[in-house]
Write a protein that binds this ligand. Structure first.
Ligand SMILES: Nc1ncnc2c1ncn2[C@@H]1O[C@H](COP(=O)(O)OP(=O)(O)OP(=O)(O)O)[C@@H](O)[C@H]1O
Ligand SMILES: [Mg+2]
Length: 308
């Protein structure tokens, strides 16, 4: 649906995006991750035709963003990270204008605006001018633009920054709903729980480059040797350390008090086997805990922010 072909975007001396080649599939939710300044917003701006790449090309649904910008623009709806509004417009007027310029028919438009405002609990604030709105409310209005538009491709740049917990859940539901209706979603976020929960696949950017793309589960699995099984035993049995270490996948094992900690790959698969090994050698297992690498571990690993 969206192809980035060796896309580079340079601002004077900074290569904000460096040679990104990556594909976003039809009807997936693609999470775009990366530390502050990694180039997420800049990459999004190249597909939105706001920036022309210094090198390379973005192709959206078969149309080049460089040579057919109007066609590409008509396919995309964006919730910007840092929206700037005309201060004197009201929230409703912003949504009306947005619906109008993106071609939402008048009859449908008002109904959708009412629905979206109601979902966000903003019906009472719809007449307020935007300069009076709180940071979170402005962010909701920015997201609401996309939900009113219902584009073929929806881009959300940090959609839940500033939002309270119920509002975050609401935005997640609404993004899911949009995707179920056939929209392809690009979601740039610094929140790992959001990326993990929402994304079919994630792309991790670092210093302008796309350093890893894949589904969150597989990326977590790629950090081999990172699973930890913790077995609390009735009492410590020191010789068990040598015993479990005979298993090929085990990288490390030790007792901390009466808890046997085993660092291994494929912990989920080997868990029953490891319990058997321990039990067969006289260990009396009371509780078991399996810790898997989180998306945060994956993020820190691929952005070189933590050694593993
Ligand atoms: N208009 C611009 N002019 C000059 N430099 C820019 C411009 N926009 C972005 N940059 C630079 O490009 C780099 C990437 O910025 P970008 O906003 O794309 O990062 P990001 O991944 O979205 O970060 P964040 O998580 O903070 O939103 C940064 O070094 C930034 O300073
Ligand atoms: Mg950004």
């Amino acid at each position: 649906m969206i192809e980035f072909k060796d896309v580079t975007k340079r601002f004077k001396t900074v290569d904000a995006v460096r040679g990104v080649t990556c594909e976003i599939r039809d009807r997936e939710i693609f999470g775009l991750l990366g530390p502050n300044g990694a180039g997420k917003t800049t990459l999004i701006m190249t597909m939105a035709t706001v920036y022309n790449p210094t090198k390379g090309e973005v192709v959206v649904d078969g149309h080049s963003a460089s040579t057919e910008p109007d066609k590409v623009k008509s396919l995309i709806g964006i919730s910007f990270q840092d929206p700037k509004y005309d201060r004197i417009l009201s929230a409703r007027e912003i949504l009306q204008r947005h619906g109008k310029v993106t071609g939402v028919e008048k009859g449908v438009r008002e109904k959708r605006i009412d629905e979206v405002l109601a979902k966000f609990g903003l019906t009472g604030e719809a007449k307020k001018r935007t300069w009076m709105l709180s940071g979170g409310t402005k962010k909701k209005i920015e997201n609401a633009k996309v939900f009113v538009q219902r584009p073929k491709i929806a881009v959300f740049d940090e959609p839940t920054a500033y939002l309270d917990v119920p509002s975050r859940l609401m935005v997640w539901d609404m993004i899911d709903e949009l995707r179920n209706e056939g929209t392809t979603v690009v979601l740039a976020t610094n929140m790992m729980d959001e990326a993990d929960r929402m994304s079919d696949r994630v792309g991790i950017m670092n210093k302008g480059e796309m350093v890893q793309v894949g589904d969150p589960g597989k990326l977590k699995g790629s950090l081999r040797g990172r699973d930890v099984i913790e077995m609390k035993l009735e009492a410590s049995v020191p010789e068990l350390v040598g015993e479990v270490s005979k298993v090929e996948e085990v990288k490390d094992a030790r007792f901390e008090g009466d808890v046997l900690k085993i660092v291994l790959s494929s912990g989920r698969v080997l868990l029953p086997y490891m319990i058997n090994v321990v039990t067969a050698k006289g260990g009396k297992v009371q509780t078991v805990n399996l810790k898997e690498p989180s998306l945060e571990d994956v993020f820190l690993h691929y952005t070189g922010m933590k050694l593993m």
